[in-house]
Unconditional design. Sequence first.
Length: 243
Amino acid sequence: MLGYASWSDLRTREVSDLTWVVSGAAGLALDLYLVATDRLTLMALAMPVLFSTALAFALGYLGLFGGADFKAFVVLALLQPYPPRLVRPALGVVSVIYPLTIFSNSALAGASFALILLVRNLAAARRGAPLFEGHESEPPWRKFIVLISGMKVRLDAVRGPPFQYPLEVPLGEDGAEREFVLMPDMEDDEDAFEVFRRLGRAGVSEVWVSHTLPFLVFIAFGYLSALLLGDLALWALSRALPP
């Protein structure tokens, strides 16, 4: 399920709902069988499913999750509500609510992309690339956020929505001064295309863009790392705290 969903997310940033319907139905059928045969209590099933649903819904409501990400976590809670008995994670630590381990590892993997962007942008600056041309008046903290959330690409190489959204808009027709947009609107693709067209008419050759993350790839990593390693955040916390 996660392999196909990741491939589809990378390719089109969309995943067919049939993926979640089929996988969720299979997970629910297995769960009900385990409950009916007294191998799993209804409470042990309800807690991770309800927790995952509430958490994913809250993050989706805040705009931090896409629809496919929300469905993936709900379905994963049905398919894997508790740690598998035949696989021992190397770190030996998992959350009491197992889907939280999957979520935590996925979030850490996704956050690592910010470090990749920062290293890439600093390397470009070291080579002499003018990263903030036209943004001289922007405060340092806004520039830093752009460094960890976007990259500068040639305007004629921009893929556009749903893969890339503008992180800057021209303030005038000549485009000499531009303003960063730290939270681009990803609900209005036509508005994003219009911003790219305005930047082109202003003679801008390079533009800061935000890449939409194929987060299902990170969810797949979170699931595999939960199985093989355990809860990365809990393990790090246990190592940092005194015994």
